[in-house]
Design a protein. Structure first.
Length: 263
């Protein structure tokens, strides 16, 4: 089936325009930026500081004031990933696709790609404004600013891939619950006050694709507090490597799953 992957992605993007989860996520994203953006801009441009200080404040306030946007991106990744397969099964549209000469792995990867593009589309307005304005004020583009934004996107992609993989073997509700348990386990694993069962939590922290402990590195790159590219590159590589592994496992699980229409 020539150009089947592109056709599957185009089909998914068209369907996403009417998807309730994507629409709600988009409206929430616009709301967060509409509230946080003017507040950050006011603190920067009303300060009367020199250009360099304004650029530094824009990066600091801009990313900190829109930190709830990061949570929204991950939550949307959870919802889209968990419903990636189940949504098509419920709508009955998956069986027409599988009846064609196209592999299940390609169908799974195309579905993930659609959701990943939606997340990038939501992130672009924030990142483009903050990076572009800061670069204009500084008179140069800081590569670490770009890498920090890529780390933010790769974190959302990792959440999306995790739930998409879980969604191949679990219902959306159980997939989200499993994802939330992973979030809780990650928070506990990196909590310094816990003593009982700490070794088990440390094991969980090593074996699961958890971004905790990386947020300081990402924040330093975004706000200009770091001048070294090594740590942020490692964070991006970690998240993308886990994303690739989870997509492979999800494709494998989906290719072996028995699927029957709902009656």
């Amino acid at each position: 089936m020539k150009g089947s992957f592109g056709a599957l992605v185009a089909r998914g993007l068209w369907r996403a325009l009417s998807d309730r989860t994507a629409i709600i996520g988009g409206l929430l994203a616009v709301t967060v930026l509409a509230v946080a953006g003017p507040a950050a801009s006011f603190n920067v441009f009303a300060s009367g500081a020199d250009t360099a200080t304004r650029a530094a404040k824009l990066r600091l306030y801009g990313w900190n004031y829109t930190s709830s946007f990061d949570f929204l991106m991950v939550a949307l990744g959870f919802a889209l990933g968990a419903n990636q397969i189940a949504g098509d099964i419920k709508a009955g549209t998956l069986f027409g696709v599988l009846a064609r000469p196209v592999s299940r792995g390609k169908v799974f990867l195309a579905g993930w790609s659609v959701s990943a593009l939606l997340l990038v589309g939501l992130e672009i307005p924030r990142s483009a404004f903050l990076i572009g304005t800061a670069s204009w004020l500084e008179g140069r583009l800081d590569p670490l600013h770009l890498l920090g934004a890529l780390a933010v996107v790769s974190g959302a992609w990792l959440a999306l891939a995790s739930l998409a993989a879980l969604g191949t073997v679990l219902t959306p509700t159980y997939a989200i619950l499993a994802g939330l348990l992973g979030v809780i386990a990650g928070n506990l694993a990196f909590h310094q006050e816990i003593r009982i069962g700490a070794w088990m939590l440390d094991t969980v922290g090593v074996l699961l694709p958890l971004p905790w402990g990386q947020e300081r590195i990402v924040g330093d790159a975004l706000t200009g507090a770091s001048s070294h590219a090594g740590p942020i590159v490692e964070v991006i590589a970690y998240r993308l490597a886990w994303t690739a592994l989870l997509l492979f496992l999800g494709s494998l699980a989906f290719s072996r799953r028995d699927i029957a229409p709902r009656v």
